[in-house]
Design a protein around this ligand. Sequence first.
Ligand SMILES: Cc1cc2nc3c(=O)[nH]c(=O)nc-3n(C[C@H](O)[C@H](O)[C@H](O)COP(=O)(O)O)c2cc1C
Length: 354
Amino acid sequence: MRAPDPINLHDYERLAAEQLPAGPLGYYAGGAGDERTLRGNEAAWASRPLRPRVLVDVGEVSAATSVLGIPVSMPVLVAPTALHRMAHPAGEQATARAAAAAGTLLTLSTLATSTPAEVAAAAPGAPRWFQLYVTRDRSISRALVDQAVEHGFDGIVVTVDAPVPGRRERDHRTGFRVPADLDMPAVTAALGHSGGVSVEDFFSVVDPAVTWADLEQFASDCEVPVIVKGIQTAEDAALACEHGAAAVVVSNHGGRQLDGVAPTAEVLPEVVDAVADRLEVYVDGGIRRGTDVLTALALGARAVLIGRPVLWGLVVAGEDGVRHVLETMRDEVESALALLGARSPEEVVRAHVR
Ligand SMILES: Cc1cc2nc3c(=O)[nH]c(=O)nc-3n(C[C@H](O)[C@H](O)[C@H](O)COP(=O)(O)O)c2cc1C
């Protein structure tokens, strides 16, 4: 008997887990330490129930919105994740085409298996950001940013929560190594090769000594807006704002860095209260449902990002799988908006959540 087709993001997670070998599955799915934050992220969205309003005319509902002035079909963006070619041979190019087809924005990782130029060619004209890990050898990260800007990336997302990798025990148990036939161009530029390296090896190219002064210099030199990803306190959100960020992402890296930190749903309100009147605030971590997206909007986020579900879509059905994951999220957001009594993401307010 044929298995039923996936109809939600949980189905994609289950199907991908059935298909992936232990090493790649542990790398994609795992978190740091006891995975308390990993579990907490997903659970916490449910701890802030929605407060729907009724008898609102919801005859016309649209999930469309914008981020830093870029129109997107929904407040759900693709988070940067490493190693898409380990999920599917078409890699980040497939993800880019799928995000473009779904009308939303892709963030390409520094640890991608495709270059910014290749991704730009795969989905010309589609909105996209490049995620930057500042490398010890600054000429490598500088060249990546130059290539991204030259090829029309609309922003640079500087990830600040990973000066070193978190202690991801699943990778140690499986002995995870990047498959020998895969190339991560940024890592190859630093180490001479990337196939066969461990997570610790590829993180060794990241400079752990980067500070706010470096961020400010980078933001003032950068031709496109700089988004700071990995903010977990009001204090750091304020510093990001003062040092030139155009937006911040409340994120704990999907529970892969410092285990035991609060779920992002709990952190979001303090960051919003500190800076949302000055810059856009996004959030990621454990968002799996349109209702989670609306909770994030009600708590003051402008948009959310999803990480693992995109990888699950890629594993299960390549470009089509990613497009279906994203379109499912858009359908869920539109349905939840109507049932919440809001016609658009902009109409969702704090009173929509308990
Ligand atoms: C397999 C994997 C690889 C990731 N690689 C990166 C990366 O290269 N750069 C980055 O800034 N964040 C990276 N992240 C973190 C994501 O951008 C995002 O913060 C996180 O996945 C969101 O949580 P979610 O997976 O529960 O949606 C990665 C996450 C996963 C699961």
